[in-house]
Ligand binder design. Sequence first.
Ligand code: GAR
Length: 207
Amino acid sequence: MTANDRHGSGRTAVGVLASGRGSNLLALLEAQDEGQLEAALRVVISDVPTAPALEHARRHGVEALHLPPGPFKTRLGEEEERAYVRAFRDRGVELVVLAGFMRVVHRPFFEAYRGRIINIHPSLLPSFPGLKAQRQALEHGVKVSGCTVHFVEEKVDAGPIIAQVPVAVLEGDTEETLSARILEEEHRLIVEAVNLVAGRRAWSRPA
Ligand code: GAR
């Protein structure tokens, strides 16, 4: 299989946003290398210059960019967000995947990509949105948590759900052990969800 086949002409072009470790991105990169991804990873952008995610992308032959996030902690600055959108548009990106991107996106992304932005979250939404979802699950005492991929809308972690996987909470679980078991499922789920959306097999709630 040539690099061109693998990175696929005619497939939905995907741009990934990632802030850190990048294990969900790695799952996508490996699926692409194995011919299991029904989409083409075009570029990865990080707000963190040292994010391992950027290194994963480069090692798998996918362009990786650090773009400055601007002055805020939990969101992109308006001008900076426009630069992110431009970088994706310039590369023909059709679908944006938030894979451990720790900032909220706003108007520039919605103007360009509404309905074509998806996010992975480590809980069964609508339970436990926001940060530290696994800790929230343990503190609440639920017996089942899991992970969700959903379309991104203005309200954080609340857009239409594409796919979910449940994960049992076991007696004696810590934040680390539960997070690790959920993460394993995330790696399968993110590939499945990208394939569902790229193949137009994902459906949303009725309007
Ligand atoms: C994942 O568990 C992802 O679900 C979570 O951050 C982790 C990133 O891991 N995302 C969120 O909590 C977003 N609200 P990764 O960098 O190894 O993919």
